[in-house]
Ligand binder design. Structure first.
Ligand code: PLP
Length: 455
């Protein structure tokens, strides 16, 4: 007879410490074990179907079970399963992918450095910014400014860039030389009657003051997601990026665009930087780069940054940085095929088209008694629940309503992500109109039940 302990749900509990999970709660609750995926759907071990409304972790752009990606990986594994890129070595998939990424990237990028996760790519960005300024004989120009509620990963440097309390708390983060400026969330932080443009000017002014106060010769870079993701899907106010970039340029501060969620069509443009006219010095990509079929991330840099770094490697004799898996052949081969699918199926246009339904139907819920704000662009969106629509007062305890709604969604076959009392939407870019409407129908059913419970 199958015992509880022998079930996959509790075999997991016995052996696995989970990311972003309350471990003690997990011991009681057991794991939700997902067995397979197809298109926009995943299935648990009981065969129950779920719409993956967050594309895994904002990442499975081309959907689950895409045979072309499986074949690209298998073919490459059969031919050359592994090779590295240290000491002048290379292989065709990483060369071809670099060519492709440089052709597609926002701004004028010159070189690509490969890593395996968004965190590693941002960690590398921090190290390269420091290395670059040392190379230029500016040893004091080291501070990097990120934003409150920005998400850039969880390693020691990238976790420091992240501006969320639970990523710092008890991890002894942030490290020195990482600072956080204001979050560009108009609904939460604008003054009464302040327009988006006025709010953007105020935030750019605050950034300018921060740089002046610290001393421009100590501030090296500014990092931001064009549209913030894990911090609550925060769409910047009109003119924000234009004004922020102006401040950065004025003080010779590099701009790093973290396109880990935004990149490859999510916002209805190929990159979030394209949407806001951002001209970055460095660009970080991951997630939809391979649709997360294999771990891969890329850090792109412009000629100016590359030249500083390259000169320094010549001076020192080598570049003392690199990962065993940098540019892994199977991962880069999958990325190439994944980008081909995004182009052939015009998934950027589909994100704009289906995103229109997502934004329209969610905005129609703005008058719902629990809904404070609906926000998003293209195929990324969020609904924030509040206790008082007028004062915008949050629920107490925070997160319980979001959690309840998330649980109800799951019961109705829809996996979303609750970030406190904000529920996020980020479905696979292949979703069609009928599926998008089905996703929203399931959400509305869950929302109605959440209202009954909250009352
Ligand atoms: N940057 C952004 C914008 C992200 O959303 C994430 C992950 O969600 C990361 C970086 C970190 O990526 P990873 O989880 O692969 O380390």
């Amino acid at each position: 007879m199958a015992s509880r302990a022998n079930s996959p749900e509790f075999r997991d509990v016995a052996v696995h410490l989970h990311p972003y999970t309350n471990a003690r709660k997990h011991e009681e609750k057991g794991a939700m074990v997902i067995e397979r995926g197809e298109g926009i759907y995943v299935y648990d071990t009981a065969g129950k179907q779920y719409i993956e409304g967050l594309a895994g972790l904002w990442s499975v752009a081309v959907g689950f079970g895409q045979p072309r990606l499986v074949k690209a990986a298998a073919d490459q594994l059969a031919k050359l399963p592994y090779y590295h890129s240290f000491a002048h070595k290379s292989h065709e998939p990483s060369i071809a992918l670099s060519e492709k990424l440089l052709q597609l990237a926002p701004g004028k990028m010159s070189k690509v450095f490969y890593t395996s996760s968004g965190s590693e790519a941002n960690d590398t960005a921090v190290k390269l910014v420091w290395y670059y300024n040392n190379a230029l004989g500016r040893p004091h120009k080291k501070k990097i400014i990120a934003r409150i509620k920005g998400y850039h990963g969880i390693t020691i440097a990238s976790g420091s860039l992240t501006g969320l309390p639970y990523n710092h708390r008890d991890f002894d983060l942030p490290i020195a030389n990482i600072m956080h400026t204001a979050c560009p969330h108009h609904y939460r932080y604008a003054w009464e009657g302040e327009s988006e443009e006025e709010f953007a000017s105020r935030l750019a002014g605050q950034l300018d003051e921060m740089i002046q106060r610290e001393g421009p010769d100590t501030v090296a870079a500014f990092i931001g997601e064009p549209v913030m993701g894990a911090g609550g899907v925060i769409v910047p106010p009109a003119t924000y990026w234009e004004k922020i970039q102006k401040v950065c340029r004025k003080h010779d501060v590099l701009i790093i665009a973290d396109e880990v969620i935004n990149g490859f069509g999510r916002t209805g443009k190929l990159f979030g930087s394209n949407l806001y006219g951002i001209e970055p010095d460095m660009v970080v990509m991951s997630k939809a780069l391979t649709s997360s079929y294999l771990p891969l991330s890329a850090l792109l840099m412009n000629q100016k940054v590359y030249d500083g770094i390259a000169d320094n490697t010549a001076k020192i004799g080598t570049f003392g940085h690199g990962f065993t898996a940098s540019g892994h052949p199977a991962a880069t081969a999958v990325a190439l095929e994944n980008i081909k699918i995004i182009e052939e199926q015009d998934l950027v246009a589909n994100a704009a088209k289906q995103g229109e339904i997502l934004q329209r139907r969610l905005r129609a819920l703005a008058d719902h008694p629990l809904v404070g704000e609906v926000r998003g662009v293209g195929m990324i969106a969020a609904v924030e629940f509040v206790a008082d629509k007028k004062t915008k007062a949050p629920f107490d305890p925070a997160g319980a309503v979001g959690q309840y709604c998330f649980d109800r969604c799951q019961e109705h076959g829809l996996i979303l992500r609750n970030l406190g009392d904000t529920v996020a939407f980020c479905p696979p870019l292949i979703i069609d109109e009928a599926q998008m409407n089905e996703l929203l129908d399931r959400f509305e059913t869950a929302l109605a039940e959440t209202l009954d419970w909250a009352n």
